[in-house]
Design a protein around this ligand. Structure first.
Ligand SMILES: NC(=O)c1ccc[n+]([C@@H]2O[C@H](COP(=O)([O-])OP(=O)(O)OC[C@H]3O[C@@H](n4cnc5c(N)ncnc54)[C@H](O)[C@@H]3O)[C@@H](O)[C@H]2O)c1
Length: 419
């Protein structure tokens, strides 16, 4: 297994129940902590990790024992939102030298249709001196796990598998079939499997963008989006999406892999990029609406007390990468405000290092003029009703970004605003 992050580690642990698995990661700190039985992402429990037979290493040469490789390294975008394949290429350069005849390499990283054969295959050939499709074979099996979601573990989600020919497909389907109780779906080709994954996330992105746009319209009309969604949701074929900030490294990133490939082929996607623009603009939109509300309350001043609850990219996950709650804080700062950030599960030191934001204790959230419930982690929601009276002024503004609160329970005098 190459890459032991949110995706790679659970997959590797599942494989290790059936096979002899070597878990490789370039991050020595990650390897040390996994050896101690600690997954800092919180996806695999310590007892499960400690009981696993998997061997962990950051030495690539150890992989020479393997003949079936699974690659789950990050595929981010750069500052211009162009796909960054450098980590995938590096993983191929690592695996290439230890590849032997008969090996199979399966990629799980999200990419555009064509990337595995166009980018990974030549790199593997160059680094191994072997021929792809003859000496070694390729496969692609996109990952669908949803970090923080205990109801949909790896083994309960149908896994798409694909191979570069019928023989590779059968081997890959057989190997994955042993760890996935829900079964495997044999995609018609590697490109089909790649496209299916990127479509799944693009579809979510666009549907959320539609809800975000609807929430802006509802706000102008003066009605509650969640009431509208409740009413519309009574129709049998209404799709259940809600407005919100789209952060993280999947939904907000993967569509760019699709759009950049489309553009390379001479097609300029309109719907997909419009969805991206809307979702990427939401933190600024929310900040300017909150500033309007503070101004109307005569509380807009540099000493206004603003608290933000939840700073990770989504609820019940400690991952702070591409967190839109951070963007929201930045946008509020541009208006001269100084938000106090609180998150019970984000890593304080990492938050300081990555964003220069100090996470303060819950006790510092008092006498707030504006409380933003940005990311409703379970740990926040469990005591929100007893915490609220200490946190916010009687005439303060409560921004419930994800409509996680029952607004009817709020004390009269408080102003409520949600997307
Ligand atoms: N996190 C998700 O929810 C999710 C879901 C489905 C698909 N994906 C896709 O899966 C891929 C991996 O995502 P992730 O969230 O697991 O990333 P991650 O950042 O959590 O983990 C990646 C791991 O790979 C390691 N790594 C980086 N370069 C490496 C290399 N050259 N060789 C070996 N290890 C290397 C890193 O040190 C890290 O531990 C991405 O393409 C992502 O889009 C992610």
């Amino acid at each position: 297994m190459c890459g032991l992050g949110y995706v790679g580690l659970p997959v590797a642990v599942a494989f290790a129940r059936q096979f002899d698995v070597i878990g490789f990661d370039v991050d020595g700190r990650r390897i040390e902590s996994l050896r101690r039985g600690e997954d800092w992402n919180g996806e695999v429990e310590s007892c499960v990790l400690s009981a696993s037979t998997m061997r962990f290493t950051d030495r690539a040469e150890v992989l020479s024992e393997c003949n079936f490789f699974v690659v789950a390294v990050p595929t981010p975008v750069d500052k211009k939102c162009s796909p960054d394949f450098s980590l995938l290429v590096r993983a191929c350069q690592t695996i290439g030298p230890v590849l032997r005849a008969g090996s199979i390499v399966v990629f799980e990283s999200t990419v555009h249709p064509g990337a595995t054969e166009e980018i990974c295959a030549p790199e593997l050939e160059k680094a191994s001196g072997l021929r792809c499709g003859i000496d070694f074979k390729l496969g692609y099996s996109p990952e669908r796990i949803n970090p923080g979601d205990r109801e949909h573990p790896l083994n309960k989600i149908v896994k798409i598998v694909s191979g570069q020919d019928a023989e590779a497909l059968e081997i890959i389907a057989d190997v994955y079939g042993q760890i996935i109780d829900a079964g495997v779906h044999r995609a018609a080709s590697i490109k089909v499997a790649e496209a299916a994954k990127v479509l799944e996330n693009t579809q979510r992105d666009i549907n959320i963008a539609l809800m975000n746009e609807m929430s802006k319209i509802c706000d102008l009309v003066g009605i509650s989006t969640s009431e509208v969604l409740k009413a519309a949701g009574t129709k049998w074929n209404f799709l259940r999406f809600t407005p919100g900030l789209v952060g993280g490294h999947c939904i907000g990133v993967d569509p760019y892999y699709l759009t950049s490939k489309a553009q390379e082929l001479g097609y300029h996607p309109e719907v997909i990029l419009a969805g991206r623009r809307i979702n990427d603009g939401m933190a600024d939109h929310v900040a300017s609406r909150l500033v309007q509300l503070l101004a109307r309350n005569h509380r807009l001043s540099p000493v206004a007390r603003v608290g933000v609850l939840g700073m990770t990219f989504k609820e019940n996950v400690s991952d702070i990468r591409n967190s839109k709650a951070v963007e929201l804080c930045r946008a509020l700062e541009r208006f001269g405000l100084a938000p106090i950030a609180f998150d019970p599960i984000a890593d304080k030191a990492q938050m300081e290092r990555e964003y220069g934001i100090s996470l303060l204790s819950k006790a510092s959230l008092t006498k707030l003029d504006l409380l933003v419930l940005a990311v409703p982690h379970r740990q926040i929601m469990d005591c929100i009703w007893s915490d609220l009276p200490h946190m916010i002024n009687d005439d303060g503004v409560v921004c419930d970004l994800m409509s996680a609160l029952d607004r009817n329970r709020l004390k009269s005098g408080l102003q409520y605003w949600a997307l």
